[in-house]
Design a protein. Structure first.
Ligand code: MF3
Ligand code: CO
Length: 250
């Protein structure tokens, strides 16, 4: 599939989708407390998304059984909500959500601490978020995709962190996953040249330890092989002539 340039009309719809998703994340963050189950967070998330007249992008996507991916501690991404999974003081939790508004998707993830978390966990969350901002410094017309990837990788590796190789960001629009792939690590090829109107989901997935991951038997949950903590931060952005517009922030 070719990389698409969105029209003004499409961009308007993706802006609206992004605003709704940002608001959903803000609401969900308020609900995070020791004692809440990941199932309850998902239930609330789906309720919020539908209250805006949107549909959760992930529900039934490739058979995914919930609206939100909720990944705790050594879980990297795609954790499945579970009534028995109760958050406790000191946990870190990544919430990854997508919404469809009038046929257009927005995709964003945040990682939060529950109660008091360790300095190591705090740093991992902050650095993962900063990886996104380091990457998008290069997300403008005329640059190449690999400029974003390289910036993310070098920022994370300066802290000794492992940059996950088995999952990547992606183009986004009328489909959740569109071309191009947006890796968080440098490749030999420079990748496509960025052009105004391209919309990308940039999503660093960073491990405190080694970069290796494995899949659990549920065929969804990705965990770090060494059991180290992992964080995820993602937004949907619009490439312009200048600094990108972050669509999934209020
Ligand atoms: N944000 C993730 C991604 O871009 C989540 C989608 S996987 C799903 O791949 F199956 F849960 F939808
Ligand atoms: Co994504």
């Amino acid at each position: 599939m070719a990389v698409t340039i969105k029209s003004e009309r499409e961009i308007t719809l993706m802006r609206e989708a992004g605003k709704i998703l940002a608001a959903t994340h803000e609401e969900l963050e308020k609900a995070l407390k020791p004692g809440i189950s990941t199932w309850e967070i998902n239930r609330l998330g789906e309720e919020i998304i539908r209250s805006y007249g949107c549909v959760p992008s992930f529900k039934n996507y490739m058979g995914y059984p919930a609206a939100i991916c909720i990944s705790v501690n050594d879980e990297v991404v795609h954790g499945i909500p579970d009534k028995k999974r109760i958050l406790k003081d000191g946990d870190i939790v990544s919430l990854d959500a997508g919404v469809i508004y009038k046929g257009y998707h927005s995709d964003a993830a945040r990682t939060h601490g529950i109660g008091e978390i360790s300095p190591e966990a705090k740093q991992l969350i902050a650095v993962t978020k900063q990886c996104f901002f380091e990457g998008i410094k290069y997300a403008k017309s005329g640059n190449h995709l690999n400029d974003i990837s390289k910036a993310i990788q070098s920022y994370a590796e300066a802290y000794g962190y492992g940059v996950v190789r088995d999952l990547v960001g992606h183009g986004i629009g009328s489909h959740l996953h569109e071309d191009p792939e947006v890796p968080n690590f440098s490749r030999k090829r420079r990748g496509i040249k960025l052009r105004p109107g391209m919309t990308l989901a940039v999503e660093p997935m960073i491990n405190a330890g080694r970069l290796n991951v494995r899949w659990l038997d549920d065929d969804w949950t990705v965990v770090t092989e060494d059991g180290s903590l992992s964080a995820h931060y993602e937004n949907t952005i619009l490439i312009t002539e200048d600094a990108p517009e972050i669509l999934s922030r209020c």
